[in-house]
Each structure stands twice: as C-alpha cells, then as structure tokens.
Write a protein that binds this ligand. Structure first.
Ligand code: MN
Length: 193
C-alpha cells in the first residue's frame, strides 16, 4: 500500500509562486487519486510490495502511469521551500551546473525551453548520469521518469496544466520562470548522492 506523502511545509508556504488552492487540488486531489488508483490496481499482483521505482521500470499501462505519477509528484513536492529572492543553486549542484552550462542563467534558459516546448502533458527533468558524471535535461511525456533510462533524477518541473492553471492560467512559461524561487537546492544536492 502506498500512502499520500505529507508535505513538509504549510499549504500556503509556497505562495504566491504556488497557491494554497493549487496545493489543495494538486496534492490533495490529483496525487491522492494516483495513490488510490495504484493501490487498487496492484492489489494481489506481482507489483504488490514493490517500490515505485521497481514498478515504473517494469510495468506498463495503468500501473505504470499511476506509479510514475506518484514517483514524479513525490519528487516534485519534496523539492520546494518558501519563496526566496535570488534563490540559486549551492554546493555540488552549483558546481555541476556552472561546469556544464556556464552559468545558472544559461542552465535555466535551456531547462525552461525544454519545459515550454514539451507538447501536451509531461515533465521536464534534470538528472545526473553517474557513468558520464554529467547532468542531463530531458522531457518526459505523461508519467515518464528518467529512471527508466538509467538516470538519477534530481529536479523536476511538472508541466501538466493542472500544475499551473489555477495560478497562471495558460501561461506555462510564467509558471516555469516563477518556481526557481522555491527550489530547495539542499534537497537537490541530497539526490545527487
Ligand atoms: Mn501534477
């Protein structure tokens, strides 16, 4: 049985970047539905008792979609803190970004372009490729997660409309531009290890 994650911040803590109303729908309704659907779908199957990563790397169809959406949303919601002016990468992730993209601004530009350019519903990801010792930005449609490509995901922006429509209406680029203020770079560094 999977459980809906508890957010490590108050529902209004990310406002005005992400409103309490968006949190109520996105975490309280969308994510809860994926959890309920997955639990119902895996009961009594070979997937019962497996981790989300194991399910995502082996399942197809509805089980893959619901497990992927839980894995993706858990990473998404746990990477935030309240808005901070001039919020920037620190430590290891800052070193990797600067070495590979030249600057945080250049990195943000590439990441934002991949997010804005993803057609339909999906996710833009920053992952660490341990073998190449490099960062990689990928687009994943629907419930996709880079773990299925052998990558280690460290940062993700949900670009499904339900992630931004209440606060930004159709302006996906404005949403992408705003959420840099709430990224918890300590958490991103934890995920590189
Ligand atoms: Mn979502």
């Amino acid at each position: 049985m999977f459980e809906l994650i508890t957010l490590p911040y108050a529902p209004d803590a990310l406002a005005p970047v992400i409103s309490a109303e968006t949190i109520a729908f996105h975490h309280g309704k969308h994510l809860r539905t994926y959890v309920n659907n997955l639990n119902a779908a895996i009961a009594g199957t070979q997937y019962d008792g497996k981790s989300l990563e194991e399910i995502v790397c082996t399942a197809e169809g509805g089980i893959f979609n619901n497990a992927g959406q839980i894995l993706n949303h858990n990473m998404y919601f746990l990477q935030f803190h309240g808005p901070r002016e001039n919020n920037k990468p620190i430590g290891r992730i800052a070193e990797l970004i600067n070495a590979q993209y030249g600057s945080f601004d250049a990195f943000k530009e590439e990441f934002a372009a991949k997010g804005a350019g993803l057609f339909g519903s999906g996710w833009v990801w920053l992952s660490y490729d341990k073998n190449a010792e490099k960062l990689v930005i990928t687009q994943e449609g629907n419930a996709g997660n880079p773990v299925t490509r052998g990558l280690k995901p460290v940062l993700t922006f949900d670009v499904w409309e339900h992630a931004y429509y209440i606060d930004y209406r159709n302006a996906r680029p404005a949403y992408i531009n705003a959420i840099w203020q709430i990224i918890n770079w300590d958490e991103v560094n934890e995920r590189i290890r």
